[in-house]
Structures are given as structure tokens and as C-alpha cells.
Design a protein around this ligand. Structure first.
Ligand code: GTP
Ligand code: MG
Length: 159
């Protein structure tokens, strides 16, 4: 299919935060309840229309596990945007954001837009990170911020 623009995105963040599930919800409108650990990197694509123009989004879903970190680093190149994901029910995934941010800034173009995503907003009763904390981190580092749920699809389209 013809398109006017092709934008490459990369999804990063700790293992188990829901990166693959966010992508699956965005491309297939489905939710995967089991953790299928991503090995290396996976890939998804979707066409969207903005101002009457066809735009192809090419989305690289990376593995969060530490052992894949060097592979992940090679995928920042040429990315227009990065989605940095943490899990609102696991404080450790929020604590690791600074390391992810350093990696992203170091290996990408300086004009890459970084968006901070607090995922699993459906699990309110198990929340360990307040929405205000996510907002504050984003403000401090100049990131766009949103809370999402890959399960209920809340904010996935907006993201
Ligand atoms: P790696 O590939 O290892 O880096 O992990 P990942 O970030 O891709 O995590 P994945 O998408 O595989 O999701 C991990 C687990 O969290 C799975 O059991 C998902 O079903 C669950 N999960 C993901 N997103 C959500 C969500 O928004 N809400 C709830 N309740 N569970 C979620
Ligand atoms: Mg994954």
C-alpha cells in the first residue's frame, strides 16, 4: 500500500511491563494474558491517516531482559519516537527509567521524541507508582506522559 510517510518507533523498558501487549493491542486489537518473553526484537506495523495522508508506522518491540540490552541499542537508529514503558504495579520498573533514558538519549538521533508510558492502569488495586510520580518524572526530563492499559486498550490508540 502506498504511503506518504514512514515513521519508525521503538518500544523500550523492563521485561514484563507490557511492551509486546501494547503493540499487539495497537496492531491487532487483542490482548495476550501470558508473558511471551520477547527474544531480541519483534516488529509490527500499522497504517494510519493524518490530515488525509497515509502514514505507515513501523514499530520495533524490543526485549526488556538485561541480556538483550546490546541488541536493543542497535535499534534506536533512525527512530522518530521511543515509547519508554514501565509497569505501574512494579516500582522497580519505574526506578530503572533513568538508565533506559540514558541509553535512549545516547543511541538515538537528538530529535527523537520520547514518550513515557505507565502501563497496566487497569490494575488500580495493585498500583505501586502514583500517576503524579510518572507526570513529575516526565516533566523533569521533557517527555510526553500517558498511562495505558494493554488489557482494556485504554489510551492505546492515543499513544
Ligand atoms: P519482554 O518481552 O520480556 O521485554 O516483556 P514485555 O514488556 O513485552 O511484556 P508483555 O507484553 O509480554 O507482558 C507481560 C505480562 O504482563 C503478560 O502476562 C501480559 O498479559 C501482562 N500485561 C501486559 N500489559 C498489561 C496490562 O495493561 N494490564 C494487565 N492487567 N496485564 C498486562
Ligand atoms: Mg515483549
Amino acid at each position: 500500500m502506498a504511503y506518504a510517510y514512514l515513521f519508525k518507533y521503538i518500544i523500550i523498558g523492563d521485561t514484563g511491563v507490557g511492551k509486546s501487549c501494547l503493540l499487539l493491542q495497537f496492531t491487532d486489537k487483542r490482548f495476550q494474558p501470558v508473558h511471551d518473553l520477547t527474544i531480541g526484537v519483534e516488529f509490527g506495523a500499522r497504517m494510519i491517516t493524518i490530515d488525509g495522508k497515509q502514514i505507515k508506522l513501523q514499530i520495533w518491540d524490543t526485549a526488556g531482559q538485561e541480556s538483550f540490552r546490546s541488541i536493543t541499542r542497535s535499534y534506536y537508529r533512525g527512530a522518530a519516537g521511543a515509547l519508554l514503558v514501565y509497569d505501574i504495579t512494579r516500582r522497580d520498573t519505574f526506578n530503572h527509567l533513568t538508565t533506559w533514558l540514558e541509553d535512549a538519549r545516547q543511541h538515538s538521533n537528538s530529535n527523537m521524541v520520547i514518550m513515557l508510558i505507565g502501563n497496566k492502569s487497569d490494575l488500580e488495586s495493585r498500583r505501586e507508582v502514583k500517576k503524579e510520580e510518572g507526570e513529575a518524572f516526565a516533566r523533569e526530563h521533557g517527555l510526553i506522559f500517558m498511562e495505558t492499559s494493554a488489557k482494556t486498550a485504554s489510551n492505546v490508540e492515543e499513544l
